[in-house]
Design a protein around this ligand. Structure first.
Ligand SMILES: [Zn+2]
Length: 94
């Protein structure tokens, strides 16, 4: 039950972090390529980076800030590791 409890706590923390990222009003960052960081401020009509060729799915992807990306990564990491721990806890009886 220890692993299940720990897994549930991590999933809960991940959900809270994900909710915070979605609900918090982050100011948009400079328009940059997600792949290489190329400054795309002058390329308002294009979603494709001329430097590395990576295409953004939508315009909002180009203005994500590093802080947003860190919190998204944390949320995914916490939820994923919580899920793994929970499954291990159920399988092993811990
Ligand atoms: Zn690029």
């Amino acid at each position: 039950m220890v692993l299940v409890t720990l897994g549930a706590a991590l999933i809960g923390a991940g959900c809270v972090a994900a909710l915070a990222v979605w609900t918090e009003d982050f100011p948009p960052g400079p328009r940059r390529c997600v792949g290489c960081g190329y400054d795309m401020a002058a390329l308002l009509e294009s979603l494709r980076c001329p430097e590395c060729g990576r295409a953004a799915v939508h315009d909002g992807e180009l203005v994500y800030t590093a802080r947003q990306m860190r919190w998204r990564l944390r949320a995914a990491l916490w939820c994923g590791s919580g899920l793994v721990l929970g499954v291990l806890g159920v399988l092993t009886g811990w």
